[in-house]
Design a protein around this ligand. Structure first.
Ligand code: CTP
Ligand code: CA
Length: 224
C-alpha cells in the first residue's frame, strides 16, 4: 500500500481539487445551491491520488463520501471554499470540479424566516467570488496547470471555449447537462476537453473512467 501511494507518475506533485456544491444560507434552516453529487470531483481526486499525487480535496456538502488517501477540507459556502483554496496553495495543478453557487444572500438572516409573520420573502443576492478565475489569473504562485469545468445545456463547445478564454484556465472539461442526456445525477459522463490545442470529444463513459483519463492527461502535462 505504501508503494501504491508513493509511486506513480504524479509522485511528488501536489494537486488541489474542488468538488461538490456549495450551500449559501438564506436563514438557519434554508440554503441555495447547485445540483451536484460530487461524484466526478471525487473520482478525479481518487484517480490523481492513485497516480501518486498529494491531493488536497476541498469539498462542499456532497452526496458521495470523500476518497481515501487525500487531504480533505470540508466547507459549506463559496467564500469558505475560496479561503480553503488559498490555504491549500501553492500546488502544481488545480482542478476546479465544484459546482459553486454563483450567488449568496446579500444578507443571510440569523433568524428563521416565518411564513406567517413575514409574508413572501424577497431574496436579494450578491455575487460570489469566482474561485477558478481568480486562481487562473494569479501572477504569482499560479498552479502550472489550471483545469476548470463547464456544465452547459446549450452550445456546449462554444460556451466552454468562451469560458476558458474569460477565466484564463488552461483546460476546460465541458459537458452537456441537458435533462435529456441523463448526465446530471448519473454515473456516466460525456465530456469535451478544451485546451489551447482545440476541442477533443471523449466518448461517453463512467465518471471513474473520465477521472482516470483526465488524471493521466494531467500526469502527461506535468511531466512534459
Ligand atoms: N467556478 C468557481 N467559482 C465560482 C463559479 C465557478 O471556481 N464562483 C468554477 C467551477 O468550479 C467550474 C468553472 O468555474 O470549474 C465554471 O463554472 P460555471 O458555473 O460553468 O461558470 P460560470 O462562470 O459561473 O458561468 P455560468 O453563468 O454558466 O454559471
Ligand atoms: Ca456558475
Amino acid at each position: 500500500i505504501e508503494a501504491a501511494l508513493t509511486d506513480g507518475p504524479l509522485r511528488g506533485k501536489r494537486i488541489l481539487v474542488t468538488s461538490g456544491p456549495t450551500h449559501e444560507p438564506i436563514d438557519p434552516v434554508r440554503y441555495i445551491a447547485n445540483r451536484s453529487s460530487g461524484a466526478q470531483g471525487t473520482a478525479i481526486a481518487r484517480a490523481l491520488a492513485a497516480l501518486g499525487a498529494e491531493v488536497v480535496f476541498v469539498t462542499g456538502p456532497a452526496d458521495v463520501p470523500a476518497p481515501d488517501g487525500v487531504q480533505v477540507v470540508r466547507v459549506q459556502t463559496a467564500q469558505q471554499m475560496s479561503d480553503a483554496v488559498d490555504a491549500a496553495l501553492p500546488a502544481d495543478a488545480a482542478v476546479f470540479a465544484a459546482a459553486v453557487a454563483d450567488w449568496r444572500m446579500a444578507q443571510a438572516s440569523d433568524r428563521k424566516l416565518k411564513k406567517s409573520r413575514d409574508g413572501l420573502p424577497v431574496l436579494e443576492f450578491a455575487e460570489n467570488p469566482d474561485i477558478l478565475a481568480r486562481v487562473a489569473h494569479m501572477t504569482e504562485g499560479r498552479p502550472g496547470l489550471v483545469v476548470g469545468f463547464a456544465a452547459e445545456t446549450d452550445d456546449v463547445i462554444e460556451n466552454a471555449a468562451a469560458k476558458r478564454a474569460r477565466k484564463q484556465c488552461d483546460w476546460i472539461v465541458a459537458n452537456d447537462v441537458s435533462p435529456a442526456t441523463g448526465i446530471m445525477g448519473g454515473t456516466e459522463n460525456a465530456v469535451v476537453l478544451i485546451s489551447a490545442e482545440g476541442a477533443e470529444t471523449w466518448p461517453r463513459m463512467g465518471k471513474d473512467a473520465v477521472a482516470r483519463r483526465l488524471a493521466e492527461r494531467i500526469a502527461g502535462a506535468l511531466s512534459g
